[in-house]
Design a protein around this ligand. Sequence first.
Ligand code: PEP
Length: 254
Amino acid sequence: MKKIIAANWKMHKIRPEAAKEAAVLAQSLVKGTPDNRLVVVFPPYTDIATVADAFSGVNNLAVGGQNFYPAESGAYTGEISPAMLRDAGATWALTGHSERRHIFAENDDIIAKKTAFGLAQGFKIMLCVGETLKERDDGELKSVLSRQLSTAIAPLSPAERDRLGDKLAIAYEPVWAIGTGKVAEPQEIIDAHAEVRDLLRGLVGDMAKDLPILYGGSVKANNAGAILALDNVDGLLVGGASLEATGFLEIIGA
Ligand code: PEP
């Protein structure tokens, strides 16, 4: 399985900045993305077309939307549809990112709707799950992961679940490690990823082994290689350290 190295630019970069970073990534990767890597960049909406243009024709580089509203079109002021993301060049989308859950109060129900709608619209979905520090301290890691995964995946029809093989990736991101500089310990990552794999097996059977599970939370160039080498770690979702191309290229090559 190719390791997926994903960049979440969050609300950073106006178009000239995005164009510059995307060009550096494309130029470096055109010369040889390690063939065992798929790089997915999630820029702000206004940068998607710019990044997609820079990436066009380069293997193993893709663009995604950080969010969307689960409807084809309509009176949803301030929202964006999957068709609009696709038109701008996105093929992936995030659902359930902790900042959507905690800052924008997205609950499991809306995340399930977005996940199902994005998949039905032909997107590859990166579904983010993870516990807060309080939930971990209260011994609720497994129940949180179970609830977040099952509410998003169980409502899919059997036919939809059968097609998840190359369409769904999970990002395990402990909330307390996102943007804090505090990385989960290797054993914590191994345990959580094993739990996610087990829960997926219960939800989609054998296909669980083909679904990539990424780790996210304060990944940097100096810890990426060690995290990628852990059991059941099929990639990385990187926020802060993806904002500068040179450092991000080191993570891709880790
Ligand atoms: C993220 O935004 O998903 C993330 C993991 O951020 P950071 O790498 O900055 O912790």
